[in-house]
Design a binder for this molecule. Sequence first.
Ligand code: 5RP
Length: 225
Amino acid sequence: MNLKQMVGYKAAEFIKEGMTVGLGTGSTAYYMVEALGKRVKEEGLTITGVTTSRRTTEQARELGIPLKDVDEVDYIDVTIDGADEISDDFQGIKGGGAAHLFEKVVAQLSKEVIWIVDESKMVKELGAFPLPVEVVQFGSGQVYRLFEEKGLNPVFRQTDEGEKVLTDSGNYVIDLHLSVIDKPHELAQWLDSLTGVVEHGLFLDTVTKVIIGKEDGPVVKDVKR
Ligand code: 5RP
């Protein structure tokens, strides 16, 4: 079993009968959805999933996990999702799969947020992973130039064919190559203030439990909020 599968399967154990569950996106979340699908089929577990991307919706539907739209629920009991980086103090970067907008909407509705990662994602400080920023197409060149002027090393995310990547909402993604993010809250506040920026991948003060995949087994860490 690889580390992503190990943590995905471990996280699925935390889901109880009747829960509304936020289903994350990415190669780690994939295994969690797979494990939940097995529990639904084999144990008759009754849950309602709220998905964070088209990809996850398709996977959950194929596995027979009942789904609701995010607007049909009052709250979500637990969301389980991957992450691209988690710092010493449990702040995170997400959006490597360009799903951070929906992921943040779902996380904010959630009583508990569990991140599942292999140990390579645990870092001292955030920033080595390029910070994804989702921007509306109109005027995205202006936002890009502003990032350039500020020395934030922006790069439009592209497909292998050289087209700009489109999110599920039809927006572009600009990745900021920052190396180190000294003050994540200040940066998040500034990005939040920009017209044309839809959402960024800084997930601050969000996670309540982290499951880290290590060679000798998963390690579960509770985060006090
Ligand atoms: C998608 C995400 C993913 O959770 C993140 O990129 C981790 O992905 P993976 O589990 O494939 O490494 O934020 O937008």
